[in-house]
Design a protein around this ligand. Structure first.
Ligand code: ADP
Ligand code: MG
Length: 408
């Protein structure tokens, strides 16, 4: 559970309808980022919020935003918006929209999400009416701006959510372009799990004397996730997965692999043994992605096989296990991946397969999260792997020699 905070939501000075929605959600206390961010945001300050995934950032910005818009209802000019929330992926944007609609019930705020991969017409029609809250991914937003569907003279608040992920996904240029259309005078919030240089620069340019709130940044993973490493031979990975699935404790598994092709192959194999599963990656249509997510959320499928891009930031309650079928090349993605379990005070287990060639990746992850991994040999396909740098250099050399011999 979150560390007991003595502060109650009730003392946060939010509109009564917002407080009752929060209560209906079953939140008893604000999370640390909410405790620190909500009061200055209610005062209208700019804010830089750094907190790891699963720490409750969405409510940290949504609640004060809704409060501000709900206290001061205005007639919005057609095609104008009062607030803009930028989010890197369609799924995250939808999630934020759902949260806003939920928290603002009874306040009659006009909220809409826009993203690519679906028809523009309903988005254009919603914009025609004017909006209190627009949640958007950068690409579709720019398209709509350039076609003249959105005006920003009435913009009061800008929120950049998951800024580091926007950077990783190559959206920083688009984000800056969007910002160039916005008025100077507004409240700006930037949230990020990590603070790479490019995001720090963006924050420095964008925020005016911001309040900085930093709670458990991403390099400090919570204690809620038990992390295990299984060393295995590549050809045995499939068997290992099957044997693990005999354990009924693996109720709801998010499995990450490197490629879309790999994801499809894993699912084919699982389906052969009638395990309910689905894939989610960027080759899937929006409706396929949504269907897979819904089925996973509702427990209709036991395993969701994902690539990094498709699954980051997604908030699915009760993911019992995250399995890394491959270790991620970028160690930061390890944190993003395993952060899908152990959310909101639940316990979670993260199991990573590691083949000999991935030892260096495992070491990089260990460096990032400041942890020395113990290998868990208590699994049927355990393979001894050498971890000393010397040994791996040696094996590389002997491989080269072999190749040379082969060529010669
Ligand atoms: P982040 O954006 O930091 O990754 P989210 O905003 O997606 O995190 O929240 C993670 C989970 O925590 C969500 O399921 C959300 O409903 C839950 N949550 C948010 N605030 C609270 C709270 N005050 N008490 C309990 N659960 C909360
Ligand atoms: Mg988030």
């Amino acid at each position: 559970m979150y560390a007991e905070s003595t502060l109650e939501f009730q003392s946060l000075n939010l509109l009564p309808s917002i407080l009752s929605q929060v209560e209906a959600k079953g939140y008893t206390h604000p999370t640390p980022i909410q405790v620190q961010a909500i009061p200055p945001l209610l005062e209208g300050k700019d804010l830089l919020g750094i907190a790891k995934t699963g720490s409750g950032k969405t409510a940290a910005f949504s609640l004060p935003l809704i409060d501000k818009l709900g206290r001061n209802k205005v007639n919005i000019t057609p095609n104008h918006i009062r607030s803009l929330i930028l989010s890197p992926t369609r799924e995250l944007a939808s999630q934020i929209e759902n949260n806003i609609i939920n928290y603002s019930e009874g306040l009659e705020l006009k909220t809409k999400v826009v993203f690519g991969g679906v028809g523009k017409q309903p988005q254009i029609e919603a914009l025609n009416l004017g909006l209190d809250v627009l949640v958007a991914t950068p690409g579709r937003l720019l398209d709509l701006i350039e076609r003249g569907h959105i005006q920003f003279d009435e913009l009061e608040v800008l929120v950049l959510d998951e800024a580091d992920m926007m950077l990783d996904m190559g959206f920083l240029g688009d984000v800056k372009k969007v910002i160039s259309f916005l008025p100077q005078n507004k409240q700006t919030l930037l949230f990020s799990a990590t603070m790479p240089g490019a995001i720090e620069n963006l924050a420095n340019n964008l925020l005016h004397t911001p309040v900085k709130v930093e709670v458990d940044s991403e390099s400090s993973l919570g204690e809620a996730i038990e992390q295990k490493i299984y060393t295995v031979e590549k050809i045995n990975k499939g068997y290992l997965l099957h044997s693990m699935l005999e354990d009924p404790e693996l109720t709801s598994v998010l499995l990450f692999c490197k490629t879309k092709f790999g994801a499809e192959r894993i699912v084919e194999n699982l389906q052969r043994t009638s395990v309910a599963c689905a894939t989610i990656h960027s080759n899937k249509s929006q409706s396929e992605r949504e269907r897979a997510l819904r089925a996973f959320r509702e427990g209709e499928i036991r395993i969701l096989v994902a690539t990094d891009i498709a699954a980051r930031g997604i908030d699915i309650k009760h993911v019992s296990h995250v399995i890394n079928y491959n270790l991620p090349e970028d160690p930061k993605n390890y944190i993003h991946r395993i952060g899908r379990t152990g959310r909101a005070g639940n316990k979670g287990v993260a199991i990573s397969f590691c083949v000999e060639s991935e030892v260096v990746l495992l070491k990089n992850i260990g460096k990032l999260i400041k942890r020395k991994f113990e290998i868990d040999s208590n699994q049927p396909f355990h393979k001894e792997i050498s971890f000393s740098a010397k040994a791996s250099a040696k094996s590389k050399n002997s491989k080269k020699k072999k190749q040379r011999r082969h060529k010669g």
